[in-house]
Design a protein around this ligand. Structure first.
Ligand SMILES: [Cu+2]
Length: 329
């Protein structure tokens, strides 16, 4: 008995050596690796706007992005075009540029420019990729803001339209980078309670089934913009707020309006509330979890691939929401 060394016994001994080796490596690591950054705080624009430094950082981020050439993936235009570019594909621009007809030469922003690979017109709507795609989009946008402002603790504010159903005043300061002249809503326009009232939001958050909470499922092989159906979050407050703000926000080129980012951050806050705070599980369907997006860039403007699976942990690792008043709780 004692002379017999079973295979499992052998592998256990090997495992302990490996564990010992790992322990040594881990002990040496802190001196060489920077600590993981603390999650950033995402607070409501109502609170955010009370702090002039925070407001200045948001304005500076937008200004820096706008100052970059539109061929730079971190520029304001390029970021919006990842979502959607009107009249794209590029041949429309090329034909317009070649035309002698002035009416066809209306396209001002780098006509003919196509990124290689083509990462424009990627936004999913009306399907279950809507939530994770915009989650990644916001995070990458926020990273670019941190890089361009040099403020690593910068967290994107959210517009809690359930609590404040008017476009926040900071977006109407026409001397600031947060202004967009195309909006149809004015500072006194108020969202219809049927879209944003706390009881409406509460009803949406009460739906425990991801397939009913999020928008409709699509096959793993289907293009990411394949339309299925609108869930209550996307179909009601999300769509309604876009149309209410109007102008750029009422179209797929909506990210050109700075309000877009705070609106989608509210949608994200509601998904986090539903999933992390209220404990409703996302789907584990591989057609959802294994989806990979390739159109985003890191802080240096280099392409990054992100999977839905890794994005499930973003709210744990990357950011925290303050305690928004969501639903009627
Ligand atoms: Cu949207």
């Amino acid at each position: 008995m004692l002379a017999r060394v079973s295979p499992s016994h052998t592998s256990l001994r090997r495992a302990s050596v490996v564990v010992g080796g790992l322990a040594l490596l881990l002990a040496a690591a802190p001196a060489e690796q920077p600590a993981a950054p603390a999650p950033v705080k995402r607070i409501s624009i109502a609170e955010f706007a009370k702090d002039p430094k925070k407001l200045a950082s948001l304005r500076k981020g937008v200004k820096k992005m706008r100052s970059l050439n539109s061929t730079d993936p971190r520029s304001w235009t390029f970021q919006a075009n990842i979502h959607w570019r009107p009249l794209f594909p590029v041949y429309v621009y090329q034909q317009a540029n070649l035309s002698a007809d002035p009416a066809k030469r209306l396209f001002g922003d780098d006509p003919g420019f196509t990124p290689e690979p083509n990462v424009f017109n990627q936004c999913p709507h009306g399907n279950w990729l809507f939530l994770p795609w915009h989650r990644a989009y916001l995070w990458r946008f926020e990273e670019i803001c941190r890089e361009l402002t040099g403020q690593n603790s910068f967290g994107l504010p959210y517009w809690n339209w359930s609590k404040d159903p008017k476009i926040p005043a900071v977006f109407f300061d026409n001397t600031s980078q947060l202004y967009d002249s195309t909006r149809s809503a004015t500072p006194v326009s108020t969202l219809n309670p049927s879209a944003v009232a706390p009881t409406v939001i509460e009803n949406i958050l009460d739906q425990p089934n991801f397939l009913l909470f999020a928008s409709g499922s699509i096959a793993a092989t289907a293009g990411q913009r394949t339309g299925a159906s609108y869930g209550p979050l996307e179909g009601n407050p999300h769509n309604t707020v876009h149309g209410f703000v109007g102008g750029n926000m009422g179209q797929y080129i909506s990210p050109l309006d700075p309000v877009f980012w705070t609106h989608h951050n509210m949608i994200e806050a509601l998904w986090v509330e539903w999933n992390m705070k209220r404990g409703n599980p996302n789907t584990n369907d591989p057609a959802w979890a294994q989806r990979t997006f390739t159109e985003f860039v890191d802080r240096a403007g280099n392409p990054v691939n992100v999977t839905v699976f890794e994005m499930i942990r973003y709210p744990l690792l990357n950011y925290r929401y303050d305690d928004p008043v969501l639903g009627v709780a």
